[in-house]
Design a protein around this ligand. Sequence first.
Ligand code: C5P
Length: 402
Amino acid sequence: MLDGKRILLIVSGGIAAYKCPDLVRRLRERGCQVRCLLTRSGAEFVTALALQSVSEEKVYQELFSLTDENEMGHIRLSREADVILIAPATANIIAKMAHGQADDLATTTLLASDKPVIIAPAMNHRMWDHPATRHNLQTLTARGVQVIGPDQGAMACGEFGMGRMSEPLAIADALGQFFRHGLPLAGRRALVTSGPTFEAIDPVRFIGNRSSGKQGHAIARALAALGCETTLVSGPTRLADPPGVSVVAVESARQMLAACETALPVDIVVCAAAVADWRADQEQASKIKKTTGRKPPPLKLTENPDILALLAKPGKNRPALVIGFAAETDDVVANAIAKRQRKQCDWIIANDVSAATGTFTGDFNQVHLISADGIKDWPKMSKSAVGEMLGQHIVDHFSEAP
Ligand code: C5P
């Protein structure tokens, strides 16, 4: 699938650059022509000679080099490629791209290009989770830049977390997938629920909860960035609509269920909403008056429909992959395993929402992915990164499925 494809590989300055000669070899084994562009800081980690030897092509480094410009200017470099791959993509080059800077050969070439751009980020996990990096990545994915990885694991700095560059083989596979189908979830449809629900008691009062919607919105954003046609059914939140996602705003659980049913059929369902379990049995048409000296009025509750359980119910139109959340405060994993069985969903994402964790309203999450294959414990990371990692698992699921 990669036969004859021309890849412009931009190597920026991260320790993972040491894997680039191997990456070039993997791509060439698959029939690609690889031309390397090495940034000044990239050259601190891998030599031009090594890249030139494996690519059998001149390595481009300097924007103002007379010889480079004579032979191949930045405009031609970008035009004579089918795709631009940046590996490793540091937090710095990601930031420069997001802001349209052009202060060296790599960034000038990127700005002059209309070719698809794929990045394989590599950085310390705190840099990966930093709000500035999150924001820059959102800007890039909204522009259609595709992101491969990163992986989690031990880092060169001695810490552990998300931020290791994907392995050369995985990058070569992702490139093959890109040329086969474009974005990896192109042609698939997803439905994501997010946020709280508000259940009216009367025209001014409601039963609600503290869900911010950050996790559900991040998942919808990540799926859309992977090419999935995504509908986000959201309860009331303060969040902006994720780019490229069609958003349906609802208030109550029953409205959420109706909006979900309208969005069907889909391939993927992710129920991240904190749906109120109960609603007032009778919604009063007029405001209930407070009468001094009288007892408070009784509040009779009735159960809401379980949207996840209804969508996961076996049947011929059941979505191929149904994912639920289990927000727990005690026995997180055990409760989540039982919930996965009870609701018949394929995967469940369990997280601890005890007040001390700050998960419900905060920007970070520590989750466990529970499926028929077992339990995967993910490290603590930003909710955006959880969305991206889940997106990658969904891509892998569909690429492995027969
Ligand atoms: O039963 P519990 O609320 O703990 O289940 C959590 C999971 O079920 C979440 O995925 C949530 O979005 C979903 N859910 C739902 N409809 C409900 C209650 C929960 O979709 N009424």
